[in-house]
Design a protein around this ligand. Structure first.
Ligand code: MN3
Length: 205
C-alpha cells in the first residue's frame, strides 16, 4: 500500500485565530499532499516500496542511493507534518500535567523556561526547518533540524536523535500568510493549539 496522506482530525479553520484556515488548507492540502505524492513516486518499483515511513527514516542508509536524498526530503516532509498536525488541537493550549509536567520541570526548571528555550530554538533555526522536544534516555531535550530532517534519521544524518514528543514547523509556509516575517508571533500563538494530552501520551510511550 502506498504511503497515505493522513487526514486532519479537525477542520482547517478549527485552530483559528492562532493558525488560520487558509494556511492550514494550503499546508495540509498542498504542501503535505505533495510530499506524499513525491515520496510514493520516488519509491515506486524500488526495493523500499512498502516500507513504513518510520523504516524509511531510520534506515535511510539502506535506501538506494539514487533516491536517498529524495526519500530524506519527501519522507521527512510526510512524517514531520503527520506529527505536527496531530500534535495540534482546537482544544489545545494550557499546560501539561502529571509525569510530563514533572519531567519538564526537572529538565528545564519550569514550564516557562521550557517554552522560552523551545522558542529560542525555533527562532535560531536559520531558514526552513523544525523545532523539537525529544525524549532520549529518559531525559527531555530541545533541538532543531534544517529542511525536513528529523530525529528518526539519527545523529549522523540529522544531527539529533530521540523520540519526538512535540514539533513545530518553522518553514515560512507554516506562518507567512498570517504572520508574514513574524516567526516569534507565530510561535507565541502556536502554544494555544498544542495538544498536551497527546504529547503526554507520547511521553509515556
Ligand atoms: Mn510545513
Amino acid at each position: 500500500m502506498p504511503i497515505q496522506h493522513v487526514k486532519l482530525a479537525y477542520d482547517t479553520k478549527a485552530l483559528e485565530p492562532h493558525v488560520d484556515g487558509r494556511t492550514m488548507e494550503i499546508h495540509h492540502g498542498k504542501h503535505h499532499a505533495t510530499y506524499v505524492t513525491n515520496l510514493n513516486n520516488f519509491i515506486a518499483g524500488k526495493p523500499v516500496e512498502g516500507w513504513s515511513l518510520e523504516d524509511l527514516m531510520s534506515k535511510l542508509a539502506q535506501v538506494p542511493e539514487d533516491i536517498r536524498t529524495a526519500v530524506r526530503n519527501n519522507g521527512g516532509g510526510v512524517i514531520n507534518h503527520n506529527w505536527f498536525f496531530e500534535m495540534m488541537s482546537p482544544k489545545g493550549g494550557g499546560e501539561p500535567t502529571g509525569a510530563l509536567a514533572d519531567a519538564i520541570k526537572r529538565d528545564f526548571g519550569s514550564f516557562a523556561d521550557f517554552k522560552a528555550k523551545f522558542k529560542d530554538a525555533s527562532l535560531k533555526r536559520f531558514g526552513s526547518g523544525w523545532a523539537w522536544l525529544l525524549k532520549k534516555d529518559g531525559k527531555l531535550l530541545i533541538a532543531s533540524t534544517p529542511n525536513q530532517d528529523n530525529p528518526l534519521m539519527g545523529e549522523a544524518i540529522s544531527g539529533v536523535s530521540g523520540s519526538p514528543l512535540l514539533t513545530l514547523d518553522v518553514w515560512e509556509h507554516a506562518y507567512y500568510l498570517n504572520y508574514q516575517n513574524r516567526r516569534a508571533d507565530y510561535v507565541d500563538a502556536w502554544w494555544n493549539v498544542v495538544d498536551w494530552s497527546h504529547v503526554a501520551e507520547r511521553f509515556k510511550g
